[in-house]
Design a protein around this ligand. Structure first.
Ligand SMILES: C[S@@+](CC[C@H](N)C(=O)[O-])C[C@H]1O[C@@H](n2cnc3c(N)ncnc32)[C@H](O)[C@@H]1O
Length: 217
């Protein structure tokens, strides 16, 4: 029995500086490494941190989704937390990102005894044959902050998704054109809805979007 409820946030501690972090999902405690010594900029090293959106999406997956027997692909996976939680929910999970993060994700997957595939997927570029059109579910956390890549990201989403697939994307409005992704997605032939997140930090505007292909009735 837990005496003190595990809490994600300690306001006196900067989590981005930790070399390892623990995340609790039901009885599972996941230990995830970060690389806090790498300088993080918009275009470099963002995958070495676990962003809050990854925790929120993981929580949503753990509490609300049934993934048994489903093929789940994560875009911009970084540390791999979301994919590991999809695996906890009995999905066949594949974490994808730029080549630079493959080893980082692999280490976290192995450290938690998870069975999650790791593949390079660069948004907008040709997909590995084994993933194209194979995803029942696509996940992405904190990947809408590069507005110039929205079109490329949407092409990858479309290329991955089976006809009745869903994509779950969590993002925070950081004033980098994130909200314009919705309009682009509608133009690209997706349907969209937003699900309210049960978040421990309601004061921050995190959004969970669910995308389906418009052919899906
Ligand atoms: C802010 S980080 C989020 C990482 C992780 N999803 C999380 O929430 O902790 C953005 C991720 O998108 C990846 N990314 C950025 N541009 C990309 C591209 N063109 N193709 C594939 N991945 C990309 C980065 O490498 C990084 O892992």
């Amino acid at each position: 029995m837990e005496l003190v409820r595990w809490q994600y946030r300690n306001p006196y501690h900067d989590r981005s500086k930790d070399a390892t972090r623990q995340f609790v999902f039901g009885p599972h405690v996941l230990t995830i490494s970060q690389q806090p010594t790498q300088a993080i900029t918009l275009h470099a090293n963002t995958g070495y941190l676990v962003w809050d959106g990854a925790y929120l999406l993981s929580q949503y997956i753990y509490n609300h989704l049934s993934l048994e027997g489903k093929t789940c692909v994560e875009l911009g996976a970084g540390s791999g937390l979301v994919s590991i939680v999809a695996w906890l929910k009995q999905a066949t999970a594949v974490a994808t990102d730029l080549c630079q993060y493959m080893d980082h994700a692999r280490r976290n997957i192995q450290a938690n005894g998870a069975q999650v595939g790791v593949q390079e997927v660069v948004w907008g570029e040709p997909l590995p044959g084994e993933l194209a059109g194979k995803a029942d579910v696509v996940f992405g956390s904190e990947i809408l902050y590069l507005e110039a890549l929205h079109g490329a990201l949407l092409r990858s989403l479309k290329g991955l998704m089976r006809a009745h697939a869903r994509a779950y994307l969590v993002y925070k409005d950081r004033g980098r054109g994130e909200h314009r992704f919705r309009e682009r997605a509608l133009h690209a032939g997706f349907r969209l809805r937003e699900i309210p997140l049960d978040s421990e930090f309601d004061s921050e505007p995190y959004h969970l979007l669910v995308l389906t292909l418009a052919l899906d009735n």
